[in-house]
Design a protein around this ligand. Structure first.
Ligand code: 8Y4
Length: 282
C-alpha cells in the first residue's frame, strides 16, 4: 500500500527513504557544483558524488539544474535542460538508483522521463504553464511542494493566518488538480516546502505539524538540510548546520515522513536507522 512506483524501481515508503541532493549548478554555495567553468558537466565529480551517496544508503538522488535559493541567478529553460539531461544520462548509464528531477520545466519533465527519470520534484507544485499535463503524461510520481511567492521574493515578508492549515489546504488542492489530469493518488507526494516563503517560526510550526500532513493520506517529503532556519535558530553558517539538520530528520522520521531530502546522506541514514530501530509508538 505504501509502495511508490518510480518507473522500474519500487520504493517502500513505510520506511523513510533518504533522497540525496545532486546539484548541477555553477554556484558552490553549499556543495561544490558539478559544472566546469565552461559550463560542461564534470562527469567524474557527479558520478563520484552519486556513487558515494548510493553506497551510504540513499535510495533516490534529486538532480537539479536551477538554483532556487533567494537571489539566485535565473536560468533559462534551455540551459536548465543542457545541465540536467546529460547528467541524467550519465547517472542512468552507471547507477540503478531512482533519479528524481528537481524542475518546474514541462519540457524537461517530458525529456527526463524518456531518459529514465524515476520521479519529478517541483518546488512550484506543477503550477508553470504545461507542467501539470507534462507530468501526468510521464506516468511518474510527482512531489508537490508549497512555496509562498517566488524564489526572488519569498523571504521578504512571509505571512499566513495559520501556516500549517493553509499550506496543507494548498497541497490538497494541487493533489486534486493532479488527479483530475489523471495522476494517480498513489503517485502523489506532498511537501510543506521548508524555507520557501516562511519565517523561522512558520518553518517550526510546519515541522511540528508533519503528522497532520501525513494524515491527509499522501506520503510526505521533508527538506530541511542546511537551510537558513538553522542559521536563525542556532547562529550557524551553512557548513555548521549538520546537527540541526539531523535533529529535524529524527523528528520527521518519528512523525512518519516518507522521504527526507538531504546533502549529508551517511549521517542522515544513520539517524533514520536508529529512529526506526527504536520503533514508532502508536
Ligand atoms: C544550503 C543549501 C541551504 C541549500 C539551503 C539550501 C526543497 C526542494 C529545495 C525542499 C523539495 C535548498 C529543490 C533549497 N528544497 N525540493 N528543493 N523540498 N521537494 N536550499 O524542501 O536545498 S532547494
Amino acid at each position: 500500500m505504501t509502495i511508490l512506483k518510480c518507473a522500474n524501481i519500487n520504493l517502500d515508503l513505510s520506511k523513510t527513504q533518504v533522497m540525496g541532493i545532486l546539484n548541477v549548478t555553477p554556484d558552490s554555495f553549499s556543495d561544490g557544483g558539478c559544472l566546469l567553468k565552461d559550463q560542461r558537466l564534470a562527469t567524474d565529480v557527479i558520478l563520484d558524488k552519486a556513487r558515494k551517496m548510493i553506497a551510504n544508503g540513499a535510495t533516490i538522488l534529486d538532480l537539479g539544474g536551477e538554483s532556487t535559493r533567494p537571489n539566485a541567478q535565473p536560468v533559462s529553460e534551455a540551459e536548465e535542460m543542457d545541465r540536467v539531461l546529460p547528467a541524467l544520462e550519465l547517472l542512468k548509464a552507471h547507477t540503478d538508483i531512482v533519479i528524481s528531477i528537481d524542475t518546474s520545466n514541462a519540457k524537461l519533465m517530458t525529456e527526463a522521463a524518456k531518459l529514465g527519470a524515476g520521479m519529478l520534484n517541483d518546488v512550484r507544485a506543477l503550477e508553470r504553464e504545461g507542467a501539470l499535463q507534462a507530468a501526468a503524461d510521464t506516468g511518474l510520481p510527482v512531489c508537490l511542494m508549497h512555496m509562498q511567492g517566488s524564489p526572488k521574493t519569498m523571504q521578504q515578508d512571509p505571512s499566513y493566518d495559520q501556516v500549517a492549515v493553509q499550506v496543507l489546504r494548498y497541497l490538497q488542492n494541487r493533489a486534486e488538480q493532479c488527479q483530475q489530469l489523471g495522476i494517480d493518488a498513489a503517485r502523489i507526494i506532498l511537501d510543506p516546502g521548508i524555507g520557501f516563503g516562511k519565517s523561522l517560526a512558520q518553518n517550526l510550526q510546519l515541522l511540528a505539524a508533519i503528522k497532520k500532513f501525513s494524515a491527509a493520506g499522501y506520503p510526505i517529503l521533508i527538506g530541511t538540510s542546511r537551510k537558513s532556519m538553522f542559521g536563525q535558530l542556532l547562529q550557524r553558517e551553512v557548513s555548521e548546520r549538520l546537527a540541526g539538520s539531523l535533529a529535524t530528520v529524527a523528528y520527521a522520521v518519528m512523525q512518519g515522513a516518507a522521504i527526507v531530502r538531504v546533502h549529508d546522506v551517511q549521517a542522515t541514514v544513520d539517524v533514520v536507522k536508529v529512529i526506526q530501530a527504536i520503533g514508532i509508538p502508536a
